[in-house]
Design a protein around this ligand. Structure first.
Ligand code: AMP
Ligand code: GLY
Length: 424
């Protein structure tokens, strides 16, 4: 197949590596991609991934059989609608269904209509409304911008003044949501959907805070692991957990969106908290998660292209449940100095060949470019080391050994990714 992947992060690199790993001889194209992706796909120069007309024209000309949309911005820009309108198979929801991620208020309304368990939330447009809601729910406080904010729109804090200050930076932009704090372990669970049928992938856990022991600011994600062995204790096993989330969360939401005339064809990302009172949704995303995709797809045995093409074509019900390797997968993000607040870019990265030669390790590039024959960092999250092992202990040891081979001045990474499951 000729497949075009939109996006430029480690998630997109992981998607491309999974397509390559099928060994089916796909011809892969990426826009805009990055220096790492360039080794595994043809980069399409000058194609604006957020321009529906341009992407559609290119897909037509290049006889693309399937477009996979990585990030949220092209979804919200209506790229999937334009492609679908021209009959080009695309994995990614249209603008209306992508509001599930683009607007937290929309997501809350859909969940309420579908009877999906989530925390209580109040929309606030003034300082007084924010204060009233903060006091009604009590600490810890959760305040979210109501729109796409690249993982930076959320604050979780016990400091009421900090919560209020955060809210004020977003009030002029249309308001914020003040939420009830949900306490418990978090799980990211991905569902491939054709608008009607869903197929769950294997669960993962993401590490959102910048520093070890979940300290520091929220980020796009600093590492992840999959599967989650501890689900066995609470639910009997991964299959039981996945079945419950499918029944109580994914299927009702997909049915609701279909009933509203905005079917969701793409990746439904359920961000879940396992509270004392059951599984609740913290957020939905309308795309693969980053960095969870790097560990989930590393374990996927079913050909990814078949799954996504079936979803794009509306015949996912013909697909059996996706199969996953038992292996433990761990990914650690290497971040630039100053990430997430003010990443320093343009510095040279070294040691990638040595890192990639560690057993069971591969690299997924997030923000890299070639400059005068050297590889330089071009953003906050620079690359992911992804390691597979027979155990989490082995996968972790490999990931951190590989990371030790890489040099990037001032860079930082978490040292505790999957530490708890490696000990258990
Ligand atoms: P979000 O962008 O909505 O995924 O939020 C980012 C992170 O903030 C989540 O992964 C949680 O760790 C945390 N968070 C968001 N909402 C809540 C909540 N209602 N209760 C507890 N933690 C939350
Ligand atoms: N890892 C969180 C996200 O992709 O939104």
């Amino acid at each position: 197949m000729r497949i075009l992947v939109l996006g430029s992060g480690a998630r997109e690199h992981a998607i491309i590596l999974a397509l390559r790993a099928e060994g089916a001889g796909h011809e892969l194209f990426a826009a805009p991609g990055n220096a790492g992706i360039a080794a595994d796909a043809t980069l399409v120069a000058d194609l604006d991934q957020n321009d529906p007309a341009a992407v559609t024209a290119y897909a037509n000309e290049a006889r693309i059989d399937l477009v996979i949309i990585g990030p949220e911005a092209p979804l919200v820009a209506g790229v999937a609608d334009a492609l679908r309108g021209r009959g080009i198979p695309v994995f990614g929801p249209g603008r209306a269904a992508a509001q599930l991620e683009g607007s937290k208020a929309f997501a809350k309304r859909v969940m309420e209509a579908a009877g999906v368990p989530t925390g209580r939330a109040t929309r606030a447009r003034t300082r007084a409304e924010v204060e009233a809601a903060l006091d009604a729910y009590g600490a810890p406080h959760v305040v979210k911008a109501d729109g796409l904010a690249a993982g930076k729109g959320v604050i979780v804090t016990s400091d009421r003044d900090a919560a209020l200050a955060h809210a004020e930076t977003y009030l002029s932009g249309g308001g914020v949501l003040v939420e009830e704090f949900l306490s418990g372990p978090e799980v990211s669970l991905f569902f491939v959907s054709d608008g009607d049928t869903v197929r769950a992938l294997s669960p993962a856990q993401d590490f959102k805070r910048a520093y070890d022991d979940d300290q520091g600011p929220n980020t796009g994600g600093m590492g992840a692991y999959s599967p989650l062995p501890w689900l066995a204790g609470a639910f009997g096993g991964e299959d039981e957990f996945v079945a419950e989330v499918t029944r109580t969360i994914a299927e009702p939401v997909i049915r609701q969106l279909d009933a509203e005339g905005t079917p969701f064809i793409g990746l439904l990302y359920a961000g879940l908290v396992l509270t004392e009172h059951g599984i609740k949704v913290i957020e939905f995303n309308a795309r693969f998660g980053d960095p969870e995709t790097q560990v989930v797809l590393a374990r996927l045995v079913t050909p990814l292209s078949r799954l996504l093409l079936s979803a794009a074509g509306g015949h996912l019900e013909d697909e059996p449940a996706p199969a996953f390797a038992e292996a433990a997968a761990v990914t650690v993000v290497l971040a630039s100095e100053g990430y997430p607040e003010a990443p320093v870019t343009g510095r040279v990265i070294d040691g990638l060949d040595a890192a990639a030669s560690v057993d069971g390790v591969h690299l997924a590039h997030a923000a890299t470019a070639e400059q005068d024959g050297a590889l330089v960092a071009t953003g906050g999250r620079v690359l992911n080391v992804v390691a597979l092992g027979n155990t989490f202990f082995e996968a972790r040891e490999r990931a951190y050994r590989a990371l030790g081979e890489i040099s990037l001045e001032g860079s930082h990474h978490r040292t505790d990714i999957a530490a708890r499951v490696a000990r258990d």
